[in-house]
Design a protein around this ligand. Structure first.
Ligand code: FDA
Length: 271
């Protein structure tokens, strides 16, 4: 409820202008690695040096124009080239399609199906908050399939989503069970340590080795836990976003946690 109210406000153009003009670089920088690839390289290296795996997101969403889609494609090609030059892609690189709000799920999964015919390692994100997701998880729990399970960051209507947090969390556990008991490669993307522990227990029951599933968290969130999971021998991947189009991503991180929003508002007032 808190989160959807905050997200609703962030869509107002005046709020967008206020946040974009006043958000301190330090606060945005907690969640976003930089405005461009050049500034994101050092944070990527630092994560790798900490023994973490990294997934890199060139920020951008709500793209509907072909020209914008092509620009995004070019940005990713440049990113892959740069990572290769730096020796940061030597162990092979995969691509996972982010998931936006529920209106985009069908088209994203359709694109996934097309891409996977030629590139079977392309991964998908499923959002446990959506009522449809258990069925999608069952469908994608196939050999060779990579699925990142998240709770879902968008304010969705009750007609398609579990709006009570407890229900969403229960759904996350059910989806986890489907993915971990299946033959695909599950990516457990959450900062909720109850979910992490549940996934670990399920992995043991289903005989999954440390290289047969992984844990993922966002850049700047629960960094001590990230290191702890990596030190335990499990695969821990940090999702690192960069780019000038950080507004939607940043405001979702503020909306997820009242303390983040309070911190942001205090920093505004103290100016
Ligand atoms: P939950 O919200 O219950 O949080 C559990 C605990 O984690 C909190 O109590 C707090 O301690 C900490 N925490 C969570 N969010 C925090 C924040 N912003 N700041 C500080 N602490 C925080 N969503 C989506 O819709 N489409 C997508 O493609 C993706 N992609 C994606 C990739 C990866 C690797 C991750 C980890 C997450 C996503 N998400 C996403 C976001 C996801 O849907 C969800 O919004 C966040 O992960 C928060 O949910 P949690 O599972 O952490 O649980």
């Amino acid at each position: 409820m808190f989160s959807s109210s905050v997200l609703a406000v962030t869509h107002h153009p005046q709020v967008r202008r206020l946040v974009t003009n006043s958000a301190s670089r330090r606060l945005v920088g907690r969640f976003v690695a930089g405005d461009d690839l050049a500034t994101a390289v050092d944070p990527i290296r630092t994560l790798v040096a900490r023994g973490l795996l990294v997934t890199v997101d060139h920020l951008g969403e709500d793209v509907i124009e072909a020209a914008d889609a092509m620009a995004t494609r070019e940005a990713y090609v440049a990113l892959l080239d740069r990572l290769d030059d730096l020796g940061l892609a030597h162990a092979g690189t995969t691509v996972t399609l982010d998931m936006e709000d529920h209106t985009t799920v069908d088209s994203t999964l359709e694109i996934l199906g097309t891409l996977r015919r030629e590139h079977p390692w392309v991964g998908a994100v499923l959002q446990s908050a959506l009522r449809r997701t258990e069925a999608d998880a069952a469908d994608l729990a196939r050999a060779g399939s990579r699925v990142r399970l998240v709770k879902g960051a968008y304010a969705e209507p009750a007609s398609v989503a579990h709006t009570a947090k407890a229900e969403g969390d229960e759904a996350y556990l059910r989806c986890l069970r489907i993915l971990i008991s299946g033959p695909g490669y599950p990516m457990v993307a959450t900062h909720d340590l109850r979910m992490v522990e549940a996934a670990r227990a399920m992995a043991v029951v289903h005989g999954r080795s440390a290289d047969d599933h992984e844990y993922q968290m966002l850049y700047g969130i629960r960094t001590t836990e990230q290191d702890r999971i990596a030190a335990s021998g499990d695969r821990m991947r940090v999702y690192l976003p960069y780019g000038a189009d950080w507004y939607g991503y940043f405001t979702r991180r503020l909306a997820e946690r009242p303390a983040n929003l309070a911190f942001f508002l205090r920093s505004l007032l103290s100016r």
